[in-house]
Design a protein around this ligand. Structure first.
Ligand SMILES: C[S@@+](CC[C@H](N)C(=O)[O-])C[C@H]1O[C@@H](n2cnc3c(N)ncnc32)[C@H](O)[C@@H]1O
Length: 421
């Protein structure tokens, strides 16, 4: 499809609803002013409008702002082959260093994968010396998070996530490409593009459900998937995505796009000036109590690359191997979400800025579970009718979210609430 450039399989992505959204919004977006996608996530909607409007995009998650910058600001310049050579040069430096420590593990892993040794693979991965297992000694040296931080080589994914989310070789490649992105002489825009291409490669390889990265799958019950996923080459997938960014399929229009990495409060209450340039707001907030920082914590860890401490809860690590300081959004909390959205409605009314507000809600709320949803959509519709008087309507479309494809009990309606001043 035209105007699509997917990086992640994003929960709640509007990738398959672009025409529905477009049908009711385009005619209300003033030319010359910015279209502002305030919960932009994977950037599907922002990118879709990039060749028509000046697009502003915001999200509280750091990985999202990396993707948004790549989608909205990157311009392919210079020769692709030169860029790839530079990546390859630095990446090999780190890779050879890592292999000098982990070559036996990588060789053994590749042997097990290529010969489909189902019976041995779990034990192999369980015995990998991840740093959080403690008491790890490599080449007569005790390895801790502290010592890893002091080494010049990049080994975070190899030491934290080998054998769970990724294979050993895959982790070595992730670390090494990340090293190259840091050490090469690249502009900020190019760096964001390269990080996004690496996100894409990680999404293709990760051993977890539905392409997100909330927790690794159990090995024993998912052996077929394990072998399939572990056969994916991170570097091949990475290069494919970089090539896409350099191909004709990547839209390069930039009518003055801007990207922000603010929480909702920071944006609406501390950065009001941004809205002087805005003609229309598109808001697609979280609709359940699942925190986005949980789905893609690995990507923020990759960007920061700070060897974080692991989160310990009642003496154990979490199944997702989460690290400290994940952002917990109040918009994914039932007690708080509606209050924020009412503030957004009031804000648009006060500033006389048009608003399209997306929300997915069960098709048949009387007979379907609504307990994970952060608000009752009918309460918000009622509020919209009161605040916006006659300038408010809403539209719906049947939609089955991709991970619930076969389940009628999880059928949802996509709502689009529209304020046109
Ligand atoms: C339903 S998703 C948006 C999906 C997006 N429209 C797309 O097509 O990919 C909701 C987004 O809101 C972001 N978010 C959650 N809480 C937020 C907050 N307090 N401030 C800003 N963004 C927030 C999440 O990180 C997530 O990316």
């Amino acid at each position: 499809m035209k105007n699509e450039f997917p990086i992640l399989n994003y929960p709640g992505s509007k990738r398959n609803l672009l025409n529905f959204i477009d049908e009711y919004t385009t005619s209300h977006i003033p030319k010359g002013k910015a279209f502002f996608d305030i919960f932009a996530g994977s950037g599907a909607v922002s990118y879709f409008y990039k060749d028509k409007f000046k697009v502003y995009a915001n999200d509280s998650e750091q990985y999202s702002s990396v993707i948004l910058n790549a989608l909205l600001k990157f311009q392919p310049k210079g020769k692709l082959s030169v860029l790839l050579e530079e990546i390859n040069h630095f990446s090999e430096l780190n890779k050879q260093e890592l292999l000098s420590v982990f070559n036996k593990w990588v060789d053994k892993e590749q042997e097990l994968i290529s010969s489909y040794k189902y019976e041995d693979i779990e034990q192999f991965y369980l015995s990998f010396p991840n740093v959080w297992k403690g008491n790890i000694v490599i080449n007569n040296m005790e390895i801790t998070i502290e010592t890893l931080r002091k080494f010049p080589l990049y080994s975070l994914f190899t030491s934290y996530y080998s054998g769970n989310y990724f294979g050993v070789l895959q982790s070595v490649e992730i670390d090494s490409i990340r090293y190259a992105i840091e050490k090469g002489n690249f502009s900020v825009e190019t760096k964001n593009m390269l990080l996004s291409a690496l996100f894409y490669a990680m999404k293709e390889a990760v051993f977890s459900k539905d392409g997100h990265m909330a927790q690794p799958l159990g090995i024993n019950n998912n052996l077929d998937r394990l072998f399939k996923r572990r056969s994916v080459s991170i570097s091949e997938k990475f290069v494919l995505k970089v090539e896409d960014f350099y191909s004709d399929s990547f839209l390069t229009e930039d009518k003055g796009n801007k990207v922000f990495n603010y929480t909702f409060d920071e944006l609406l209450f501390n950065n009001k000036d941004i809205f002087d340039e805005v003609g229309f707001i598109y808001a697609d907030p979280p609709y359940t109590d699942m925190q986005y920082s949980r789905y893609f914590h690995l990507l923020n860890t990759l960007v920061d690359y700070q060897y974080p401490e692991m989160t310990v809860y009642r003496g154990s690590l979490s199944r997702g191997l989460y690290t400290e300081n994940r952002y917990q959004s109040p918009l994914s909390q039932k007690s708080k979400a509606i209050h924020y959205h009412k503030q957004l409605f009031d804000f648009c009314k006060e500033k006389q800025i048009g608003l399209a507000f997306s929300f997915a809600y069960p098709f048949d709320p009387a007979n379907q579970q609504t307990s994970r949803y952060v608000l009752n959509i009918f309460d918000l519709i009622e509020y919209g009718n009161n605040v916006f008087n006659g300038n408010f309507q809403y539209y719906t479309q049947d939609y089955n979210h991709s991970n619930n494809r076969n389940s009628n009990s999880k059928k949802v309606l996509e709502y689009l609430l529209l304020y046109t001043p």
